[in-house]
Design a binder for this molecule. Structure first.
Ligand SMILES: [Zn+2]
Length: 162
């Protein structure tokens, strides 16, 4: 049986996905901007992005450090409901993942995390539940990254602690 504690963990882990994605794009560049899939179970998560190579250990370390710096800054997590056309006009294609939201969905929940300087850290159409700010995520620890050459997919497993 799963209690409310488990649900709280999953909200933390899911919010961590948004923070981590921002760090991935900062370190690896626009080539890593498309999310292929995400997975959350308890305090364990996995972000899978399209990319063309396996990152170096230094890059992975930089991603982890950058993500944790944005957790430490306790950035606000905003959720904006807006018509799909407006979201596309304001933010562009970046709101989507690799696999698009079905055409019949006309209104999107846009999750926006802004950096301290007001620039966008991460923006994504997402209808899951999120923490109101990044601080309670805790610490993000990256696991062993895996690059699937044939599919050009980079898998980044992680855990949130404590
Ligand atoms: Zn989300």
């Amino acid at each position: 049986m799963s209690g409310s504690g488990d649900h709280r963990d999953e909200v933390r882990t899911h919010t961590a996905l948004h923070v981590l994605k921002g760090a991935v794009v900062r370190v690896l560049g626009e080539g890593a901007m498309w999310t292929a899939s995400t997975y959350v179970e308890g305090k364990h998560g996995r972000l899978v992005v399209q990319f063309d190579r396996k990152p170096s250990e230094e890059e992975l370390k930089a991603i982890e450090e950058l993500a944790n710096s944005r957790v430490a800054e306790d950035l606000r997590v905003e959720v904006l409901r807006m018509p799909r056309e407006e979201a596309e006009r304001v933010y562009g294609e970046v709101v989507y993942d690799l696999f698009k939201v079905p055409d019949e969905v006309r209104e999107l929940h846009i999750v926006v995390i802004r950096d301290r300087d007001g620039s966008l850290w991460n923006v994504n159409a997402c209808n899951k539940q999120h923490l109101p700010s990044t601080g309670p995520v805790g610490r993000i620890r990256l696991g062993k990254a895996r690059f699937r050459h044939a599919k050009k997919l980079l898998e980044l497993p992680f855990d949130v602690e404590p």
